[in-house]
Structures are given as structure tokens and as C-alpha cells.
Design a protein around this ligand. Sequence first.
Ligand SMILES: Cc1cc2nc3c(=O)[nH]c(=O)nc-3n(C[C@H](O)[C@H](O)[C@H](O)COP(=O)(O)OP(=O)(O)OC[C@H]3O[C@@H](n4cnc5c(N)ncnc54)[C@H](O)[C@@H]3O)c2cc1C
Ligand code: FES
Length: 527
Amino acid sequence: MADSPDSTAADAPPPDFHAGVPLSRIPDGGSLAGRAGEDEVLLVRRGDELFAIAAHCTHYHGPLAEGLIVGDTVRCPWHHACFSLRTGEALRAPALDAIACWRVERRRHQGETQDTIVVGEKLTPATTPRVPQRPESIVIIGGGAAGFAAAEMLRREGYDGPITMISADDAAPVDRPNLSKDYLAGTAQEDWIPLRGSDFYAEQKIELLLNTRVTAIDTKARQVRLQGPGASGATSRSYGALLLATGADPVRLTIPGADSSHVRYLRTFADSRALIDAAGKATRVAVIGASFIGLEVAASLRARDLHVEVIAPDQVPLERIMGTEIGRSVQRLHESHGVIFHLGETVTRIDGHTLSLSGGGTLEADLVIAGIGVRPALALAEQAGLTLDRGVAVNEFLETSVPGIFAAGDIARWPDPHTGDRIRVEHWVVAERMGQTAARNLLGQRERYDKVPFFWSQHYDVQINYVGHAERWDAVQIDGSPDAHDCSVIFSRGGRKLAVVTIGRDLVSLQGEVALEQTISPLAARA
Ligand SMILES: Cc1cc2nc3c(=O)[nH]c(=O)nc-3n(C[C@H](O)[C@H](O)[C@H](O)COP(=O)(O)OP(=O)(O)OC[C@H]3O[C@@H](n4cnc5c(N)ncnc54)[C@H](O)[C@@H]3O)c2cc1C
Ligand code: FES
């Protein structure tokens, strides 16, 4: 955390909190790392209050000691999950599981001038289900980030009615961001990928219909029409309330040869597995598109020692989102790992293993991966007659134009109070947090969706964090060096800070998020 705990005692064994530590060792607004029996524990101090919490985040084990205390919460430095210091509850995705908490006692022994802080037993996680409005049943269309987070939150909120999650995927909800990163690189195990084991759905009484597509929504009869083997012969399902979370589909190439069997896309677990299988038989890979996914795929396949070339119309990769400096630096990073770029060019045709480029050249590839963007999956929303606005239009409570139908994730365009614009983003954490808010609102809680967008992207061992939302900017302020993987870049428009990109500065990213949370656009304030 901002105040590094006990740095002078770096080599000393961590204090035994069961034995007790003097209060003065715990900085106010900061923490002290130690142990309680076998467990790594942080003692966090906030004025007169003390909390003992697990030292690591339940998402990817991020070090909470390097996070940020905000009120009575702690935020994880790696992907900005937020936990209650009082109960350990994972208040904001991407973490979904609570962190452990311990009882804390203050003792003053006779003759001592200050309190000793003693950590007692581990507390049983307290669940405080709110008393919800109770739709007679809830159907969630989509088994991705938003759909899963919503189902999980409905149960956390105490909803005990029927929940059905319908997914066109053949796998239960997975950690999709990992599919282009460690899993594709071969460094994440298969069993890390499902967000939950299959027993979770049975225990939580969440009916999961996989391999099932919803083909229509009848908003009058409150029914969805089903198609696919997972529906076990059922053709429709009634709902009391509905969440639409159908995500996005990869944009397909339309050039001659695009339908060749060695041309691939990456969205699902099945796609990633098929890509790994194909990579095992390939030596030369062409990645079409210098998008985040395209470049993450390039990095992961370099880790598998394949020859990788990237073809993209942009002059600088990622420039439109991250600006020129970060974009060039990311390009140099990839080049230093052996990736060859063909920028300012497109692929015009694929003849077997030969790709023709718009500049007149050709290149050979026995595996082609297209990462040329995604399109929100809007067919159902359109069929159902929901208001569309380059996405599904939702209000601040994520409700669509049809009462009782909510939308979340990649498809939803919402009124963002921070920019004053109606925005739609394609980020994992945003989709999960929207799913969580939608769940509460399905239960009648009227929670505004006002989170500041956050995403991360991983290239080799370099993680880029982005908070805020800047589609356009007129000023860029860089501190540090992107090439040294130590920088923060602020994007502003009309003097207002819109987004902060950081590399190697996790605390700055968290602080940037908190600062952006305080900013309400004058446009939004007037609305
Ligand atoms: C390989 C990869 C890596 C990524 N990495 C990152 C990252 O590092 N950081 C980041 O912020 N974001 C990342 N993203 C983006 C992120 O995964 C998405 O923003 C997020 O998954 C969106 O969640 P969602 O719930 O809206 O949609 P999805 O997670 O795509 O889920 C949509 C679900 O809807 C189902 N569905 C669609 N239509 C129907 C229908 N008619 N009937 C039934 N089911 C239907 C699908 O089968 C799927 O289960 C990545 C995406 C990919 C593909
Ligand atoms: S490791 Fe904490 S949010 Fe990912």
C-alpha cells in the first residue's frame, strides 16, 4: 500500500500476529505484513480501526500489501478487485471470492506505553443477504463475464428463486482473458480456466444450459425460445425477469481464401484449444490485426517458439486506444521478442499458405489468426424490439427499453457519468461489474452503474493497465518511460482527465481510478 510496511525489516522473519505487534509498527492508512499460524496476513490500520485480512487477492493472488486502501476497502494492484476490510467480501470483480479475515484485539499490558495488536481466530465469512424483491424466476442469456457474475451475485444477494443461465458455448463460463495469454502460451493449466467447477452450479441451484442458443424473446409472453442439444428437447422457457448478456462475436475476414481451414478466430475456450492444437502442427503464423487480442496471441505463440508475423493497417499498433508512445513501445517490445510487423498493410487474399499483402508483397503462414475486432451480438435484442444505439441502450440501472429486461457486458451502452457520454466498452472487468449491478437491479435495488472502466492487457511479462475511457483526447501527459516499462500516461480533453494508462505503476493506476471516480461530467450532471 502507499506506505510500504516495515521496509527496513525486509530480511527479518514476518511478525507472528498471534503473539502480537506494537501498534506503532502499523502505519496509519497502510499495513503490516505478517503471519497468523500458517496464513499470510496483513494488518491494516485506518485511524483507530484495525483489520486483519488475507495477504493475497482471490483472483490471481495479487499482493494486497501493494494495493490501495479506500475507505473501509482494499483494492488489488493487479486488476483492481475491491474487498471489504470488515467482512472480506469481494465487492467488485474480477475477484468473486471473499478474502479471509481474522479477529483483532488491542491489549495494553501494565507498564506499557502503547497497545499491542493481537490477531485471534479466523472469522467465519458473514453473509448479509439483503431482502430482495423476488422475481418468480430469472433467466440469463449468456454464459460469459456478465452472465456469470450476475448469477453469482444473485445468490450472494440472497435470491433463492430459479436461475437459468443459457449459453451458446459448449463450456461452462471461463476466464476468457486467459485464453489469449497464459493458457495459449502453455503456462496456465486447463483447470485454471473455468470460473467455477461444475459442482458450483449444482450447489447454487443455477441451471446451466450449455450448447443452447436463444433464438427469440417474446417480451409479452415473457418467454425465450431455445435451440440446441443442451435444451434437452425444451423449446422455450418462461422468465420473471431477464438479463441479456450475449457479448460479442469476432469480425470475420471477407477476403478470398478467408474460409480456409487454417484461418482461425479466438473467442471461446473451444477456439483457444483448437488454436493450441493447430499451433502444435504449425511453424509460421500470420496474425491479422494488431489489436489487443492479436498482439497477445502473437506473444503467446512466440512463447511456443513459432515464427510470428503481424499484418495491420495501422501505422502504430494500439495507437487509437493507447496513443502513439505506448503503441510504439508495445511494437518494440514485440519486435524484441522476434515478432515481424507489416504495418500500413492489409491481407488481400489467402491462397493456401501464401498471403498476399496490399503493398504487393507475400508471406507464408501455415496458421492464420484474425484479430480484427468484435461486433456486439445484437440479433436477439433487435428481434425483441429493444432500443438499440450501436449496442443495447440501457439506463443508469442497466435496464433496457423494456421494463424487466436488463443488459450487461459487451452489448450494453450506458450513460457514463464520468465522461457524460453514452459508452459501450469491451472489457472483462466492466462486463463482470455490470453483471453484478444488473443482478442487484433484477432484485429491485436500483443501483446506478457508475464504475470507472478498467482493463488490462498482458504482453510477455509486461502488463498494461488502463482506467477511464478516452475515445478522443487533445492532450497526453507522459511520466516515465514506456520502454523501461515504468510509466503513466494521462489522456485529457478540454482540460479534463479522461483516462490513465500505466505500465509497472500499479498504485498510480489505482489512484487514477479513485480520482476518476470523483469526476462527474458537467454533461452528466445536467442530464
Ligand atoms: C481471447 C480474449 C482475451 C481477452 N482479454 C481481455 C483482457 O485481457 N482484458 C479485458 O478487459 N478484456 C479482455 N477480453 C474481453 C472480455 O473477455 C469481454 O469484454 C467479456 O468477455 C465480455 O463479457 P460478456 O459477458 O459481455 O460476453 P462474453 O464473455 O463473450 O459472453 C457472451 C455469452 O453469450 C453467449 N451467447 C451469445 N448469443 C447467445 C444466444 N443467442 N443464446 C445463448 N447464448 C448466447 C455466448 O455463448 C457467451 O456465453 C478478452 C476477450 C477475448 C476473446
Ligand atoms: S489478482 Fe487481484 S484483481 Fe486480479
